[in-house]
Write a protein that binds this ligand. Sequence first.
Ligand SMILES: Cc1cc2nc3c(=O)[nH]c(=O)nc-3n(C[C@H](O)[C@H](O)[C@H](O)COP(=O)(O)O)c2cc1C
Length: 245
Amino acid sequence: MSKSIGHEFMVQTRYENMKQSDQGNKVAQPALEMDYDGTRTIIDLPMPEEIPPITIDFMAVVELRTSVRDYQNIPISLLELSYLLWCTQGVKQVLGNKATLRTVPSAGARHALETYLLIHNVEGVKPGLYRFLALEHKLIEINLSESISEEIIKACLDQSFIGKSAVTFLWTAQANRMTWRYGERGYRYLHLDAGHVCQNLYLSAQVVGCGVCAIAAFDDEYMNTVIGLDGEEQFIVYVAALGKR
Ligand SMILES: Cc1cc2nc3c(=O)[nH]c(=O)nc-3n(C[C@H](O)[C@H](O)[C@H](O)COP(=O)(O)O)c2cc1C
């Protein structure tokens, strides 16, 4: 009987089936962050140190977490966005050119995810698609075309509530940052890493009066094309819409 491709993936990525990784073969380590075009507009974000300390009932935050698909038409501030980005991908420490330590865990501290943002309603920021530069804690403009929001909603199989979000997070992977160390098994870890990131978004959103809904129903190829990813080395992993509750 033929096995499912999912089962086959789990078997082929067991340790006993792993080949020597690029790291084991002394291949140079990929950069810690995906390249970007420095001539594009870059937006400074308030630094995490500017975020006032927040005291909150942690159990309440955990127990009250729920997926929210209905958002108020109220903007979020740049400081709130900066806080959410810090909680989901904030770089706490750079270990030479070897690794980063962030507010979320990552297998082997590989941190192979990049964060794109579909911005609809953030104070002082033009609507459009941006990328978060985690090492710099800044945003870079990617695509401000009028149709970008429609395209991303279409890529998410017409989940129209995305259109009401203040901002929708799109987490993509740059696979070789992970597979360099773990080979094909690294594909498991990319998806596990994304789970931590999205959970931190759910929890930190509540602190700033926002609600979140995770989204994994999307047309991969269409989404990759819309964002401008090759779909092989870089690809969409996970999405989450966010707005004021
Ligand atoms: C991996 C994953 C994918 C999901 N994809 C979607 C989605 O595409 N659209 C959606 O409306 N909700 C999506 N959700 C939200 C779930 O439907 C939601 O978490 C679930 O119904 C439980 O509700 P709760 O989050 O309020 O506890 C997803 C959740 C996860 C964890």
